[in-house]
Design a protein around this ligand. Structure first.
Ligand code: PEP
Length: 252
């Protein structure tokens, strides 16, 4: 039985003071119950402080990006082992903002996925189509291409300890959410791709939806059979908004 994972991607937002308020609000309001877990992914400089603030709470810590290299002369980069050292359990790889703004290819994303796993982190690999790609009918082929790069590099076995996030680019930060049916269609496709390689792994992999998920639409999305949680941007920056999504997962 898959649990829900509700993951907050804070992106390049926050300050020590704002984070303290956000984390204490989240930690104080974690819904009772089981069958879900919560994760926050602050910017790198705040990992230590947020990690300390989360001590004693069930909320997990993750990062938003990672280098594909282990160590060495890579100025400005952060190694997977460093994230592990800071108490991270998860790391997001291949967010569409990294792909679009920083030119990350699917092959580089696959290398980051592998490097993260080698350091004991669970990668959350993001895939998703742009509006143009959806409109020209290539959603599935785009998602397949992005996933194939990871299958080819890491093998299907690697998905036993990985998370997939389907994030239609047109829904990220735009207020336009995929309908539960639109999202489910792609989630089912993704699980089918995994199942063609290993049915057992496919059954257990968490596939998160990301794209303007909020308290008002979370229950409908999470009710879909192949949606196992959310990767949340904007609504992860206010404790009440994030907790409203967590509450939907707790009731799910
Ligand atoms: C994201 O950045 O992963 C995201 C889903 O953002 P938002 O929730 O703001 O659309």
């Amino acid at each position: 039985m898959r649990e829900f994972l509700i993951a907050g991607n804070w992106k390049m937002n926050g300050s020590n003071a704002a984070n303290r308020e956000l984390v204490s609000g989240i930690a104080a309001g974690v819904p009772a119950g089981s069958g879900f877990s919560l994760l926050v992914c602050p910017p790198y400089p705040y990992l230590a402080a947020v990690g300390s603030a989360l001590e004693g709470s069930p909320v997990k810590l993750g990062a938003q990006n990672v280098s594909e290299h282990e160590s060495g002369a890579f100025t400005g980069e952060v190694a997977p082992a460093m994230l592990k050292d800071m108490g991270c359990d998860y790391v997001i790889v291949g967010h569409s903002e990294r792909r679009a703004m920083y030119g990350e290819s699917s092959f580089q994303v696959a290398a980051k996925f592998q490097a993260a796993q080698a350091a004991g982190l669970t990668p959350i690999v993001c895939v998703g189509e742009t509006l143009e790609e959806r409109e020209d009918g290539s959603t599935e082929s785009v998602v397949d291409f992005q996933l194939n790069a990871v299958f080819d590099a890491a093998g299907i076995g690697a998905f036993a300890s990985a998370v997939v996030a389907y994030e239609p680019v047109w829904a990220i930060g735009t207020g336009k959410t995929a309908t539960p049916e639109q999202a489910q269609e792609v989630h089912r496709h993704i699980r089918g791709r995994l199942a063609a390689l290993d049915a057992g792994i496919a059954e257990n992999v968490q596939i998160l939806y990301g794209g303007s998920m909020k308290g008002e639409n979370a229950a409908g999305l999470l009710a879909m059979p192949d949606i196992d949680g959310g990767l949340i941007g904007g609504a992860s920056l206010k404790a009440d908004d994030f907790l409203a999504i967590a509450a939907a997962a707790a009731q799910g």
